[in-house]
Design a protein around this ligand. Structure first.
Ligand code: PLP
Length: 360
């Protein structure tokens, strides 16, 4: 039987994509802010209702640029341990020390009640994560940031297309970043963005992502985080299909809701006034042993779920002196992201749910 993986990248209509590629051949412009990328940026600014938007090479460089935009290259950055490794590695790559604050057991996002105890004179910023595309407590974080003069940066890698309290989840914080990696709900093969809220920061990110110079005028140390026309071509096609992608993913999510024994599983908290983007379908089991059993039983039937996120980032081998984060460590041992993509059919969802039911 054909393997079912945790995800499958969305591929747009091939003819539509070919038309975009033909334009690249006509333009003979491959990178360095080409016409397709400029068009895509305009479309994305409008989609996200924010003019201070930069498309970049990937979601990891986006995080690094967000730190650099505020000159955060030393000191401590408070962050969440339940995330993909890039959240922590970007902080460390920029020369800062990650200080882990445990997560809220209901939302899986950083526990805002534990943040203030972790603030020291060295703290420069808080990098929180909208885990699986569900919102952090954005009001409490904004309040903490204001009172302690700390920048709030959201790793919103999963949050494209999610709206909270009437605006895109990417529009909260001093800056937010997103990933447009091939596995994401909206993708450009590789790609990402940084969103800020004022002209000065926006201009600075523009310089940082492009070697720090404009023409012959050099302003600051920079890096190469530019994107190509091929990424833009994929992005233009996928943005056009985005509403349908979300609609189909919502259907798969409903099939899971109907087929799974939800009374025996924990799911992320869905607040009111929140419109989800159906980025993932995570389930949390009561014990690590049950989780392991489910993985074994699914794998035996060629179904490959993913322990996402695992391990808890405070336990990474190259992280030193991190405090224990028992809530995140326990969750990382019990969570699974189930196969979840637009084309997953109802029969496969029922089969996956049956295997899980049998394993419990
Ligand atoms: C939470 C989170 N942050 C950052 C990243 C990094 O994004 P990219 O793979 O585009 O570099 C990812 C990628 O999966 C992620 O899940």
């Amino acid at each position: 039987m054909k393997k079912i993986f945790v995800t499958k990248p969305y591929l747009p209509d091939r003819v539509a994509f070919q038309e975009k590629i033909d334009r690249i051949w006509e333009n003979e412009h491959l990178t360095n802010q080409g016409p397709l990328l400029t068009e895509l940026e305009t479309e994305l600014k409008s989609f996200l209702r924010n003019p201070y938007f930069h498309f970049v090479t990937n979601g990891t460089l986006a995080l690094q640029l967000a730190l650099r935009a505020f000159d955060i290259t030393s000191g401590e950055v408070i962050t969440a341990p339940f995330s993909y490794v890039a959240t922590t590695s970007s902080i460390m790559w920029e020369g800062c020390r990650p200080v882990f604050v445990d997560i809220d057991p209901k939302t899986f996002c950083i526990d805002v009640n534990k943040i203030e105890a972790a603030i020291t004179p060295q703290t420069r910023a808080i990098m929180a994560v909208h885990v699986f595309g569900y919102p952090c407590d954005v009001e409490a974080l904004e309040d903490i940031g204001r009172r302690h003069n700390l920048k709030i940066i959201y790793d919103a890698a999963h949050a494209f297309g999610a709206d909270y309290k009437g605006k895109s989840l990417l529009s909260y914080g001093d800056a937010a970043t997103c990933s447009f990696h091939a596995t994401k709900v909206f993708h450009t093969i590789e790609g990402g963005c940084v969103i800020s809220h004022d002209e000065q920061t926006h201009k600075k990110i523009g310089l940082l992502k492009s070697f720090g110079h404009i023409g012959d005028d050099h302003f600051c140390l920079g890096i190469n985080a530019k994107a190509s026309e091929f990424q833009a071509a994929m992005g233009q096609c996928n943005l056009k299909d985005f509403a349908k992608i979300i609609q189909d993913r919502a259907q798969v999510s409903t099939w899971y809701d109907q087929a799974l024994p939800l009374e025996k599983l924990q799911r992320p908290f869905h607040p009111s006034d929140f419109s989800y983007n159906y980025a993932y379908y995570p389930v949390v089991f009561e014990t690590p042993d049950i989780c392991k059993q489910v993985i074994a039983n699914l794998t035996a039937e060629n179904i490959i779920p993913r322990r996402y996120f695992y391990p808890s980032l405070n336990t990474l081998p190259y992280v030193t002196n991190a405090d224990p984060c028992p809530v995140s460590e326990s969750l990382a041992m019990r969570v699974l992201s189930l196969p979840f993509y637009k084309e997953l059919d109802e029969a496969s969802v029922i089969r996956i749910a049956d295997i899980i039911k049998r394993s419990l």
